[in-house]
Design a protein around this ligand. Structure first.
Ligand code: 5U1
Length: 677
């Protein structure tokens, strides 16, 4: 064989191998080689094609990004119209659909009942048609108005999961095959794209669907390629006569898969209407974990014979319906913006909205984060805005619709004084947030500070939730944190929805909270930038509260996690006479923690050792065990590795115990902790 022949053989082998890896990755979801190996093969292919441009073919896996066309997008006529789907807005509407079908089939000449349904996720993307002739992708088009769309072949070719050439496996390839499905932007890509837009001070996309649409309509395929779009097929359009399509929707999707066309794994057969509803509920639960956005379920009669029998009404089939999830995005009007004061004085702009039902609840407020975000969104009071509420996430204002802006729209301006205590407002250099300078003079900051003080990771006052703190503050029953310890059951019992019993329970919980640890107390004080871990490090280092209060910046900075900024916050906090008074009042009220003999660093028995805790402990909680190990100088890690010195294994220890045993790491029972001091 000549050198040229050898090279051509290699070229063919490389193309086949890359196509095979694409199929395993995108269709089977079972990649066989690491990305680096795939990249190496691609580079080798590109190098050969660079030396031999005469060998380059349009179906080569290297040929995804073509040159920018001179003209816009040409018109494409759909030989078979691209249908739309009727919607069911809730479960009842789906049951009505099922009833209609049942009645229609029963009244047919050979009456029969609905066989099974197929359920598919309804992807929130754009419908496209892909035309394969003799196995090669020759044209791709948008849905357009269903009869004619636009030719987006060059952009579709950049989508790596769409094969440029179909796989010829057991079945012979049809001479013509038109595949229909949805192009979408995976959520990870969408988030990355918007992150970049923010960094470059560009407008972010409101949702993955808009981002996918914007990417597909790019005139330069190189830009589309960067957007990393994806595709799942959901039906077959035109197909040449000689090819025998399967007799059910499910089997047809399997046929497409065998040709190398991606089909989502989330499809399922439902034997009846109840099973469809079960799928609908299950996928709604799973929605947040999916890699792509879905806005409902598409359910179709699985038998193609029954589909044909049922037929169409105008542009929608009778045999399919989209059961939508409650919308996660809605439009409403921005009525005004208030500034909410947080625990550390940060002022957060909050959008006041005309109430709107979105994501299953009525929303009348949405966070705007900070003034930089207000500016980025370019939103004004009076605007029609898009509100998004996904899952349990706080509602967000994602975009303003400028074309609907009324002539009297008002600019959103930052206040120069605190809306609660009228102290001045400052914006530290390099920070996006505005802050009230009132400190604990500001009742809003005080209320938030009390909520933080009572929270689970701080003083853990059971039953004292945010709402109750708001009530206590409004009624001026508590103005300062230490007032908590002066509350009496009689006063509390008189409040709405509080009886004698719950008042007693709350007083008991407040009493119980007095028995705490120094670390929790430091954390509970709510000093800026002092989180749980820093509080623990400070407690372990200083042992006595007094030493911490008097510490120099230098000594503070010698503690792990404490830099000059945190040290400054600590010093400012402890120098404030009001805070000093509060701390005295709290200690006077009886807050205490076990005194620990101060050990110098060299005396800490577990210094330099790394522990892992696993299983269920019976004599103390995980966090107590962790605190104990840390107070003796150990580090507590989350997973076992060769650097682990010991594993504390409680009941029902599983994989971590096995790994420790495999690595020869020392394993101790829970009693080991008890004898430590
Ligand atoms: N999953 C899925 N989405 N979707 C959209 N199936 C599906 N089917 C459609 C559309 C427009 O139309 C069928 C009637 C082919």
């Amino acid at each position: 064989m000549s050198k040229q022949d050898l090279l051509q053989t290699r070229l063919k082998a490389l193309r086949a191998e890359i196509d095979e890896h694409n199929y395993r990755y995108y269709v089977l979801d079972q990649p066989q080689v690491p990305d680096a190996e795939y990249d190496r093969l691609m580079r080798e292919l590109q190098a050969i094609e660079k030396d031999h441009p005469e060998w380059v073919s349009a179906d080569s896996p290297s040929q995804r990004v073509g040159a920018k066309p001179d003209i816009g997008f040409a018109e494409v006529l759909h030989q078979i119209p691209m249908l739309s789907l009727d919607n069911a807005m809730n479960e009842e509407e789906f049951l009505a659909f099922d009833k209609r079908l049942t009645e229609r089939l029963a009244s047919a000449e050979h009456s029969e009942s609905i066989g099974e349904y197929i359920c598919e996720p309804k992807l929130d993307g754009l419908a496209v048609s892909l035309r394969y002739e003799n196995g090669l992708l020759v044209q791709a088009a948008t849905r357009g108005d269903g009869s004619k769309g636009e030719d987006i072949t060059l952009n579709i070719r950049t989508i790596k999961s769409i094969p440029l050439k179909l796989r010829a496996q057991t079945e012979a390839l049809p001479q013509l095959l038109e595949v229909r499905g949805e192009v979408f932007m995976p959520l990870s890509v969408f988030e990355k794209l918007n992150q970049e837009a923010k960094q470059n001070e560009q407008k972010a996309f409101a949702n993955p669907r808009n981002a996918a649409a914007g990417s597909l309509r790019q005139l330069d395929p190189a830009i589309t390629a960067k957007r990393e779009l994806a595709f799942y097929a959901y039906s077959v359009g035109q197909v040449s006569d000689e090819f025998k399509l399967a007799s059910s929707q499910y089997q047809r999707l399997q046929q497409l898969k065998s040709f190398g066309i991606p089909v989502t794994n989330e499809i399922a057969i439902a034997k009846d209407k109840q099973a469809v509803l079960k799928y609908y509920q299950q996928i709604q639960q799973k929605r947040a974990q999916l890699a792509f956005e879905i806005d409902g379920v598409v359910t179709k009669v699985n038998s193609i014979a029954q589909q044909e029998q049922l037929g169409f009404v105008s542009r929608a089939p009778r045999w399919a319906i989209a059961i939508k999830f409650p919308a996660q995005e809605e439009m409403t009007q921005l009525l005004g913006v208030d500034f909410q004061v947080g625990r550390t004085g940060a002022l957060t702009p909050v959008a006041r909205l005309a109430p709107v039902f979105v994501g299953g609840v009525t929303v009348s407020n949405a966070t705007l984060h900070n003034m930089d975000e207000v500016e980025r969104l370019g939103v004004m009071i009076g605007d029609t805005v898009i509100i998004r509420r996904a899952g349990d996430v706080i509602p967000q204002l994602v975009a303003a619709i400028e074309s609907k802006r009324p002539s009297d729209a008002k600019l959103i301006t930052a206040p120069d004084e605190c809306p609660v205590c009228q102290s001045s407002v400052e914006k530290a250099a390099g920070e996006a947030v505005l802050r009230c300078t009132g400190g604990l003079i500001c009742s809003a900051q005080r209320t938030q500070a009390i909520k933080h003080f009572a929270s689970r990771k701080a003083m853990d006052i059971d039953g004292l939730g945010d709402k109750l703190v708001d009530t206590f503050s409004e009624l001026k029953m508590i103005e300062h944190i230490s007032d908590l310890y002066q509350l009496e059951a009689g006063q509390i019992a008189k409040l709405d929805r509080m009886g004698e019993k719950s008042a007693q329970n709350l007083i008991a919980a407040i009493e119980a909270s007095k028995d705490t640890s120094l670390a929790k107390f430091i954390y509970a004080l709510g000093i800026r930038e002092v989180g749980e871990v820093t509080a623990k490090n400070l407690a372990n280092h200083f042992i006595e509260l007094d030493s911490l209060m008097k510490a120099s910046a230098e000594e503070l900075e010698s503690v792990e996690d404490v830099g000059p900024i945190v040290a400054k916050h600590l010093q400012l906090f402890f120098a404030n006479p009001h805070n000093q008074q509060e701390i005295s009042a709290l200690l006077q009220a009886g807050i205490h923690w076990p005194s620990v003999e101060k050990k110098s660093a060299s005396e800490l028995p577990l210094k330099g050792k790394t522990f892992v805790i696993t299983g269920t402990l019976s004599t103390m909680s995980r966090s107590e065990a962790k605190a104990k190990l840390e107070s003796l100088g150990a580090k507590v890690a989350g997973s076992v590795s060769k650097n682990t010195d010991a594993l504390i294994a409680g009941e029902k220890a599983g994989s971590k115990l096995k790994k420790a045993q495999d690595l020869g790491v020392a394993v101790h029972g829970e009693d080991y902790l008890e004898q430590l001091n």
